[in-house]
Design a protein around this ligand. Structure first.
Ligand SMILES: Nc1nc(=O)c2ncn([C@@H]3O[C@@H]4COP(=O)(O)O[C@H]5[C@@H](O)[C@H](n6cnc7c(N)ncnc76)O[C@@H]5COP(=O)(O)O[C@@H]3[C@@H]4O)c2[nH]1
Lengths: 183, 183
């Protein structure tokens, strides 16, 4: 089950490394950029779209989302690559009143692998199985993160149901709903 | 089968992105650092140790290996992270005559996931299965790369058998053997 391994990989090779450092990165950003200073924005929002349709830039998905900048780079030596860079992007999301809310948000990168694998005939699974694999990825990751002391309270997993994708404000609304839960 | 998904992830999320750019990065390095200019060093050497024992710095494995520098950063927008950085480390390897050979080399990072998973009881597999998974990873990756036009001739997969690990020059000898094959 590909999704099981990708969820473990995402935790062991990424979230477990970066989430404990997130608070410090956000504090540094708040001091220089005067944004992300509120309590509600101290978590990494991780987007998990059920259809595995992932954009590389969130502003291309929804006009109410703008790229705001990047958190400072984290450099970690990993498997021979010295100073491998880990970083997150900050986005500004406009609500219905035109007010901007900054947050650290990104898609769950392994879904790109699921998407590409479903299109490579030699990879062993196709589009019908992909949705099942995304759900398995989400549930496995949720389970792992709930038991992780290093990641506790530092993330929010956002499962995106694609039925509402026709709404051009679908993504900003989903993000805002979760941001408001934190405040 | 975790290794199958990790091999696809390593190809789709990394090698397919970075190998086509490797030649340009090496040329830029050769111009500024006057090293890696020979034809034999235009490939990424990918180390696959059967026991999944991975170091984060190769010089810690073998005194005849030294860190030489990093290739220039490649920045690619990926899944919401803007300007995500991809880079490789360059190492200098001394042969038996004391002559130094530079090369771009790193471990296959997904083996870190296999190693950590074999130690997490809730991940579903243990140390006995791990070696099998490393072999499956190696064979799957080899198969994928042989059919990839974008990656053709730009890499060398080096399977490291751990029986010779007692030799403190094990790693440098393995790397040199493969470098000499290219020249
Ligand atoms: N958003 C995000 N930002 C990151 O910096 C990052 N680094 C890893 N990941 C995701 O975490 C998981 C574990 O990573 P690992 O390094 O073991 O495998 C990685 C690693 O073996 C290789 N790879 C990817 N980027 C690099 C890189 N910059 N340097 C070396 N190897 C890399 O290719 C695999 C798949 O990468 P992604 O498909 O981008 O997703 C990974 C993966 O799902 C990231 N996700």
């Amino acid at each position: 089950n590909v999704a099981h391994g990708l969820a473990w990989s995402f935790y062991l090779g990424y979230l477990r490394l970066v989430l404990p450092r997130l608070e410090d990165s956000i504090k540094a950003f708040c001091e220089t950029r005067k944004a992300l200073c509120g309590r509600g924005s101290r978590k990494l929002l991780i987007l998990v779209p059920l259809n595995a349709n992932i954009s590389h830039k969130l502003e291309e998905e929804d006009n109410n989302i703008r790229f705001y900048g990047n958190l400072p780079n984290n450099e970690i030596d990993r498997a021979g690559v010295q100073g491998r860079v880990y970083k997150h992007s900050v986005y500004s999301v406009l609500d219905e009143h035109g007010e901007a809310h900054q947050c650290v948000v990104e898609y769950a990168t392994p879904l790109l692998t699921l998407h590409s694998m479903s299109q490579e005939s030699s990879a062993g699974f196709g589009e019908p199985e992909r949705r099942q694999q995304v759900l398995l990825f989400y549930r496995t990751l949720q389970e792992i993160l709930e038991h992780s002391l290093e990641c506790r309270n530092r993330y929010k997993l956002i499962l995106l149901n694609d039925e509402d994708e026709d709404d051009p404000r679908f993504l900003s609304k989903a993000i805002l709903r979760h941001l408001q839960q934190q405040e």
